[in-house]
Design a protein around this ligand. Structure first.
Ligand code: 3Y8
Ligand code: NAP
Length: 249
């Protein structure tokens, strides 16, 4: 009997949850619990970590999960790595649902860096006005260049003091649109943008606004994730589930 664990937290996960609910597929949606009020989903939902690989293996067995779909964000590398290990150990079928990275286009002034420290190194030491559109988890890295001004965009109001002396936070959850991102960049006289190469539509607007304004973007490459089956659209996941259900896997 097919029973899905959908590891969510992205636009594509939300789209897939809708397709699964419409098809009456037995599934559970899972959030890490990173935000105060995650968006409601049309599937039964659990919130919080599993307790590492061991916890996830126990969960898969206890909940009699037959398929895991890892639709987490490309930068949620630890969750994806745990999913590969736990599904290998428990023999549960696994597919990643992953959107492609953004392709560089005409007029884009992009500098690709390998990781957060590469993004810090690529910034001037002083005088820059930086839109740090990377969320909250990696802000402390940028304290190495405290003299710049940093505009942060966070999902929830910060509970602790910001690790950057010269920063301002806007509280907003995506998806974002180009007009409002362009207005944000102009209003704050931004000179540089730092972003993850997340792909997808929800975080793309700031790159289109940067192109329109001729602003440089420092784009952080995705972290490594162990090899697994990867599908690029929710519809492809539905076809995979139908196929593997036919095979009784
Ligand atoms: C908790 C679930 C949906 C999913 C929507 C997508 C789009 C809007 C754009 C900018 C970039 C950033 C950030 C971002 C976007 C979507 C998607 C996406 C980027 C929610 C959500 C959860 C999270 C976690 C949060 C991180 C942070 C990253 C903000 C919900 C809204 C920067 C990634 O405060 C924190 O600790 C926030 C942490 C992980 C990255 C970071 O390191 O700080 N997302 N974002 C999920 C969970 O608990 O499991 O609250 O409803 C989901 C979405 N955020 O259903 O439509 O699909 O990418 N999320 C990045 O891409 O760089 C914002 O500001 O331009
Ligand atoms: P991460 O670093 O890869 O994972 C850290 C730990 O968080 C995992 O080991 C796991 O805890 C728990 N976890 C992560 N995703 C989970 C999920 N969907 N359900 C249950 N537990 C989960 O993860 P992250 O980068 O912090 O991302 C957390 C969530 O935010 C994910 O849902 C992701 O899709 C979403 N998100 C992340 C980003 C980003 O930039 N990283 C952007 C947009 C959305 P245990 O080890 O205890 O099991």
């Amino acid at each position: 009997m097919t029973r899905i664990l959908l590891l969510g937290g992205t636009t594509e996960a939300t789209m897939l949850a809708r397709l699964l609910a419409e098809a009456g597929v037995d599934g559970i949606f899972s959030y890490a619990g990173r935000t105060d009020k995650p968006m409601a989903q049309p599937l039964p939902t659990r919130v919080g970590g599993f307790g590492g690989v061991v916890g996830l293996v126990d969960y898969l067995r206890a909940e009699r999960i037959t398929h895991v779909v890892d639709a987490t964000h490309p930068f949620a590398a630890q969750m994806s790595t745990h999913a590969v290990a736990a599904c290998t150990e428990s023999g549960v079928a696994l597919a990643g649902l992953e959107r492609p990275g953004w392709p560089q286009g005409e007029g884009d002034r992009w500098t690709h860096v390998a990781d957060m420290s590469g993004a810090v190194a690529a910034l001037p030491s002083d005088g820059a006005r930086v839109f740090l559109a990377i969320g909250k988890q990696n802000l402390a890295d940028f304290a190495a260049k405290p003299a710049n001004f940093y505009l942060l965009r966070l999902v929830d109001p910060p509970t602790d003091p910001l690790p950057l002396p010269n920063a301002e936070a806007v509280i907003a959850r995506g998806p974002f649109d180009m007009a409002s991102d362009r207005q944000l960049l102009e209003h704050h006289a931004i000179t540089h943008i730092v972003a993850k190469n997340s792909g997808g539509s929800g975080a793309r607007a700031k790159l289109d606004a940067a192109r329109a304004l001729g602003l440089p973007v420092i784009l952080i490459d995705r972290p490594h994730v162990p090899p697994r089956r990867v599908l690029d659209r929710p519809e492809a996941v539905m076809a995979w589930l139908d196929h593997s259900a036919d095979l009784g896997v």
